[in-house]
Design a protein around this ligand. Structure first.
Ligand SMILES: Nc1ncnc2c1ncn2[C@@H]1O[C@H](COP(=O)(O)OP(=O)(O)OP(=O)(O)O)[C@@H](O)[C@H]1O
Ligand SMILES: [Mg+2]
Length: 281
């Protein structure tokens, strides 16, 4: 005889999963207009407060996946739920975006604006649009923006123009802008790819600190395997639009790396792969 759990127990179980999991992705597919299949059925659950690294060769679908999570790219099929809210429902999109801070490889700052104005952009979703147009930010928002800049070690640059800062500093402003949004999740798409090793390390340390101290769930895509193993509590390997590996960063082996990058090396990836060969030799 087959035992069937009572309906109320199944419901309680599902609700409990929703409390634990910040991001739930089921059967996610993305096919672009030209027929490119960027995501081929992704199932991925990310718990609250987790720091996960997406690793994969160029074209694996990392950016597409991150963009689907905050609704910048519309999925072809499947379901994404962020903090209990479905991303596919248009009426919920603003709600999802206010919960999700984005960090980009090229920083995406408004270069002619002051650093603090860029950070205040992170508050826009929560401000009165008319007041924002006139740059009439409430004193509380300015205080919050300064606090976020302090978190990334740039309070003294608040009133400098953004384009007067180095690449590493601009990326830290990008993090402060995401933080000012008071997000539940931060998605960072190759945030260190344009930075020198020292700045890259600093940015990763800040992301880890935000994750650990504020409990913000972080998903970061990286090409650098050494950084991925050291900072990624969890590593999700993507290849050709599918998850091919999912394990703790500390236990990543060179065979895992070969599995992710099989037949998909670019020059950069190959160089990074060498790092892990040495690291695990
Ligand atoms: N707007 C688009 N139109 C058509 N194809 C696209 C579009 N955006 C991405 N693609 C394709 O989808 C696939 C996945 O791209 P994606 O940018 O997500 O990869 P990635 O893993 O982020 O790569 P990289 O490491 O180079 O940033 C690639 O084949 C890419 O060419
Ligand atoms: Mg990308």
């Amino acid at each position: 005889m087959v035992a069937v759990a009572p309906f109320h127990l199944i419901l309680a179980h599902l609700q409990c999963r929703e409390v634990i999991e910040m991001i739930q992705i089921r059967g996610l597919r993305k096919e672009f207009g030209d027929g490119t299949k960027a995501l081929r059925g992704i199932d991925l659950h990310v718990e609250r407060g987790q720091l996960a690294v997406l690793l994969g060769p160029s074209g694996a679908g990392k950016s597409t996946l991150l963009r689907c999570i905050n609704g910048l790219v519309k999925a072809t099929a499947g379901e994404i739920v962020v903090d209990g809210t479905g991303v596919h429902q248009l009426r919920h999109l603003e709600d999802v975006r206010s919960k999700v801070g984005m960090i980009f490889q090229q920083f995406n700052l408004v270069k002619r604006l002051m650093v603090i104005e860029n950070v205040l952009c992170g508050r826009l979703a929560r401000s009165n649009i008319f007041a924002s147009c006139l740059k009439l930010f409430p004193p509380g928002d300015i205080e919050q923006a300064l606090f976020c800049l302090e978190r990334v070690g740039l309070a003294e640059k608040a009133y400098h123009r953004a384009d007067q800062l180095s690449g590493g500093q601009q990326q830290r402003v990008g993090i402060a802008r995401a933080l000012a949004q008071n997000p539940r999740v931060i998605l960072a798409d190759e945030p260190v790819a344009s930075l020198d090793p020292r700045s890259a390390e600093r940015v990763m340390t800040i992301l880890r600190d935000i994750n650990a101290r504020d409990g913000i769930t972080v998903i970061v895509s990286l090409h650098n395997i050494d950084l991925a193993t050291r900072y990624g509590g969890r590593i999700v390997g993507l290849r050709d639009g599918a998850v091919v590996l999912d394990k703790p960063g500390a236990s990543l082996t060179k065979w895992d790396v070969e599995r992710i990058y099989e037949a998909g090396y670019s020059d950069d990836d190959e160089m990074d792969c060498e790092q892990v060969r040495y690291a695990h030799a």
